[in-house]
Design a protein around this ligand. Structure first.
Ligand code: UT7
Length: 328
């Protein structure tokens, strides 16, 4: 059983941060950022809570799908930078969208979150015949977590939200989800200061090097190495289940972290770069939002067309990786 994407939507904060803007507070340059990452600018949330961005993207996806919100049976939201520990953002999105009959829960698989959600949604559709539509939302405000004194990470990230509405279909679908928790300390942001409290009383060090709260820590080089292997792996794990090769794919929609990671993945997959959707130049790395945002933009522009085969491939903190291959 496959999925059918009925509608997509996005929300982008108006405020833009260019590479030159960063030269005001860290030792960097537009040239370094462009050549090492491919990023030129990114959006930055201002007054918007993350739930607001997610809800707006969701409303636009529902409107595009042309369905009544009451007919949505499930909402899943992914975010690594949500406004609340509780309630789940999905409950707030339910209230904002009027999807009163939907069950609602959140997922966190960092930048792999969208593919994890899509795959989970498909499984719900397969096992519950009473479920008609699922709303899948990704929303992030990385700018509230990045350490703006760390030039190697602050230049990478951007904010925004994207959403899709799906239903079941008979079209091709295959997927693979994976994780390697041994890399948990390579990319993280603390949510509570228990580590510090425990350390004082019990001399316990949890081994996560950044001790400050809510500050994104990243070992860029190690994550880079993981990423270049994780993207081809996510593809092959999913593709091999259905006898699919890179030649069968019309569009690869990879996680938008660094264009050099995408270029290396393309080379390792033996697929030409012009089959890879790249939007990171204008949005930076928006974590779980990057894949659905790239998907939405490419559909809106008419680049991705009905009947084409897509390979969504992601990686992220955790470390996690995920691939979903399906017909649009
Ligand atoms: O979804 C989350 C996943 N995260 C990622 O995918 C990030 C993966 N990693 C990367 O994309 C890259 O490792 C970075 C973009 C973070 C760094 O690029 P790099 O080519 O691996 O640079 P590097 O860490 O090897 O650093 C090279 C040099 C260093 O200077 P020295 O030690 O050679 O003097 C850095 O201090 O570049 C320096 N550098 C900078 N220079 C100017 C690091 N950041 C900057 C900067 N501007 N913004």
């Amino acid at each position: 059983m496959g999925i059918n994407i009925l509608g997509t939507g996005c929300y982008l904060p108006e405020q833009k941060l260019t590479n030159d803007d960063f030269t005001r507070f860290v030792d960097t340059s537009d040239e370094w950022i462009r050549t090492r990452t491919g990023i030129k600018e990114r959006r930055m949330a201002g007054w918007e809570p993350v739930w607001y961005m997610g809800s707006e993207a969701a409303k636009r996806a529902i409107s595009k799908a042309g369905i009544a919100p009451e007919d949505i049976g499930l909402i899943i939201v992914a975010s690594a930078t949500g406004d609340f520990h509780t309630p789940s953002m999905s409950c707030v999105v339910q209230n904002e969208t009027g999807a009163v009959n939907a069950a609602a829960f959140d997922m966190n698989a960092a930048c792999s979150g969208f593919v994890y959600m899509l795959d989970t949604a498909r499984r719900f559709l397969e096992t519950d015949n009473s479920l008609r539509y699922v709303l899948v939302v990704a929303a992030e405000a990385l700018s509230r977590f990045v350490d703006f004194s760390d030039r190697s990470s602050c230049i990478l990230f951007g904010d925004g939200a994207a959403a899709v509405v799906i239903e079941r279909s008979d079209k091709l679908y295959t997927s693979a989800l994976g994780a390697d928790g041994s890399g948990a300390r390579l990319l993280y942001a603390r949510s509570v200061n228990i580590a510090e409290e425990v350390k004082v009383e019990h001399e316990f060090d949890d081994g996560f090097p950044e001790k400050r709260l809510h500050k994104l820590y990243q070992d860029g080089r190690e994550v880079y190495k993981f990423a270049t292997k994780a993207l081809p792996k996510a593809f092959h794990l999913a593709a091999d289940k259905a006898g699919i090769t890179p030649e069968d794919i019309d569009w690869f929609v990879p996680h938008q972290a660094n264009v050099r990671i995408i270029e290396t993945a393309a080379k390792n997959l033996g697929a030409p770069m012009d089959k890879f959707i790249v939007t990171l130049d204008h949005y930076g790395n928006t974590s779980s939002v990057s894949i659905p945002l790239a998907l939405h933009e490419s559909i809106e522009k008419g680049v991705i067309k009905r009947g084409q085969k897509l390979a969504l491939i992601g990686f992220g903190a955790g470390l996690t990786y995920a691939g979903a291959i399906f017909e649009y």
